[in-house]
Design a protein around this ligand. Structure first.
Ligand code: SF4
Length: 210
């Protein structure tokens, strides 16, 4: 089991931006996508980020335990693509269960779902919030923007839907300048509603010099 992961950044005391309550955002390196307007492009650059064990991450985050417990918050894993490090996240959650006598913090993930199914399955029992960066459901728009095929995205969404996790899933559908339109975003929402999803986050990417 690879229960350690490259941690790019920790950001503390976030409120209602990436999960309920007060959260600490933990960015993990590596991502299979190459979005044209990537905001964290350094996640691809192979820099030697510190490799943390679950125990080390707990030491770095436990000072906010009272905030997490009082607000129902916890840790949000982002990146990069945090689900590439699902074994690390699972081991961290198991450590929380031991250390906090069965009252672990909430765990949220920001993900494209572009990972092997096993990475998703092992986190499904305990992840409280899946913030899924859909981009666009049109395969052509998706591949032009991310530089990878849309591939199994719908299979992965169906995995969450078939498990009845729609209430835990927030789907991000951005308006991406030069790649999609309001109409494309509306069509994406309709396709996703057909899978039973009800929670959507629509917003515009703000790109300089576009
Ligand atoms: S999914 Fe996120 S981290 Fe990965 S390339 Fe796209 S914007 Fe960058």
């Amino acid at each position: 089991m690879n229960a350690s992961a490259p941690v790019m950044t920790l950001s503390r005391h976030r409120l209602a931006v990436d999960g309920e309550g007060v959260t600490t955002l933990v960015l993990l390196a590596g991502c299979p996508l190459h979005c044209r307007y990537c905001i964290n492009d350094y996640c691809h650059d192979g820099r030697p980020y510190p490799i943390r064990t679950p125990e080390e991450l707990y030491e770095l985050t436990r000072m906010d335990n009272l905030y997490f417990q009082a607000t129902g918050g916890g840790i949000t894993f982002g990146g990069g693509e945090p689900l590439l490090h699902s074994e690390f996240i699972l081991a961290f959650y198991e450590l929380l269960c031991r250390e906090l006598q069965g009252q672990p913090w909430r765990i949220s993930v920001e993900t494209s779902l572009q990972v092997p199914e096993s990475h998703i399955r092992c986190l499904m029992p305990f992840v409280s919030e899946w913030i899924v960066d859909v981009k666009d459901t049109d395969p052509d728009i998706y591949s032009r923007y991310t530089l990878i095929p849309q591939g199994p995205l719908f299979d992965r969404l169906r995995l969450l839907a078939d498990a009845g996790l729609q209430d835990r899933v927030m789907l991000r559908i951005p308006r991406i300048p030069e790649f999609n339109t309001e109409e494309d975003c509306r069509r994406s929402e309709e396709r996703l509603k057909a899978l039973g999803f009800t929670r959507f986050d629509h917003f515009d990417y703000i790109i300089r010099n576009v």
